[in-house]
Design a protein around this ligand. Sequence first.
Ligand SMILES: *Cc1c(COP(=O)(O)O)cnc(C)c1O
Length: 391
Amino acid sequence: MLDLDSQDLESEAEIQISTEVSNENHINVTLPDLPDINEYVHYLEEIWDSKWLTNDGQFVQLLEKKLKEFMGLKKFLLVSNGTLALQIALKVLNIKGSVITTPFTFAATTNSLLWEGLNPIFADIHPETFNIDPRDVERKITPDTSAIMAVHTYGNPCDVEVIEEIAEDKDLMVIYDGAHAFNVQYKNRSIFSYGDISTLSFHATKAFHTIEGGALVTHDLEVEEKIKLIRNHGIDTSLEEVILPGTNAKMNEFQAIMGLCNLKNIEKNIQIRKLIYECYVENLQDLDVKFQKIQASQYNYAYMPVCFEDEKTRNQVQLTLSQRGYYPRKYFYPLTADFEYFKNKSNDLNRKYDLKTATDVSNSILCLPLYPTLSLVDTYKIINIIREVVS
Ligand SMILES: *Cc1c(COP(=O)(O)O)cnc(C)c1O
């Protein structure tokens, strides 16, 4: 037990898995956090008064400042979504040719490379961390390779030190898709302080959200200034000139106030997520299942991935759960390398033979329902259904 003073005891009282019996008959893998509606309305009234809806408004500036402080980062730039954050990262670093990336991710990681006219080269993942395997990255480097785009899968930190060594040695840029990694630390440092650029997503399904939204983190002043230009059409407001081909990636005030409301509850919500996560692990670990090996010194418990013995068992678990109103997701399945539009691509030659671990994990994984308002009753029902099917 932790040492608690009286004040902590008060907040401790709220930090428990919900004991309310939900009358939902459809439990999804996640449910977006919604703040007290009065708080949101209060901010809405301020927006109505100011008549300032977007274009680097006061609430976007305030959220940017608060998030920067919250995660202990020096440079932090909000954008309208996490996919544009990835595209801007590739653009601002002037990445060309081939980029080594993971196939075990959401479509946006791979699609962003295609939108920037780049050639994704897929490296395999590690069987325990589910993150890109640095040794396979090394094997796939060619003279055409200019960057590594890795994902902190389910918020689990990549082998950032090894990746950094490889990148320095081979003169490659490193971009981390940290869409899942809100407030995660590695060796007591924000995971976003690694790499040339890290990106975040604040989509409604993420652990922290602004309805739609995202961000970029860099340490480089010049890169920071360029991102500010790019997200606002390339307009240099001091010169009243467009000085580079930008895009529209501005977060608006309505998104920002959702973020301000959600930020107030984030620490409590992550603690509840942790309790649910630990409840699942404790009650499933004696079965023939595999959990992700977490490398974080501070984690966010954004997802509850579980690998089953094989594809058949995974599918049977999913089917049985869905028949009783629980909808886990095969996330990530299929691998992005197996999307139809990659078939017949020349780099498809390196497919099949050497993405064995990614294929195995993708075929056997399920993300179980996990969100702060998930009830204890539902958590145990899910656990018991899984135990029924697996044992
Ligand atoms: C959600 C997500 C994104 C994209 O974020 P959006 O904000 O939805 O555009 C990118 N990468 C990964 C791994 C994601 O899960």
